[in-house]
Design a protein. Structure first.
Length: 84
């Protein structure tokens, strides 16, 4: 379960991505909104089941976006992490 700080950072990133619609949001833009390590937050959201698209142009990452109306996949649809 994420900490309160992690949850707040995830909520901010989700809000920014949803507000952007189809427009990709750069990691710099997320940093400017107070997200110190946006790559880690995006990874946390993916682990939580959100589908995050990475948008590239000419081989360079220009930003990330979330599918409209995206919500975490159900437990059954999430990939399972291998544990020993």
């Amino acid at each position: 379960m994420p900490s309160n700080l992690a949850r707040r950072r995830q909520d901010i990133v989700l809000r920014v991505l949803r507000d952007a619609g189809d427009r990709p949001v750069s990691l710099l833009e997320l940093r400017e909104r107070g997200i110190g390590n946006p790559g880690a937050v995006i990874y946390e959201l993916e682990l939580a089941g959100y589908e995050i698209d990475r948008v590239h142009r000419h081989g360079q990452l220009i930003g990330v976006r979330i599918a409209p109306g995206a919500a975490p996949r159900s437990e059954a649809a999430r990939p399972r992490l291998f544990r020993r």
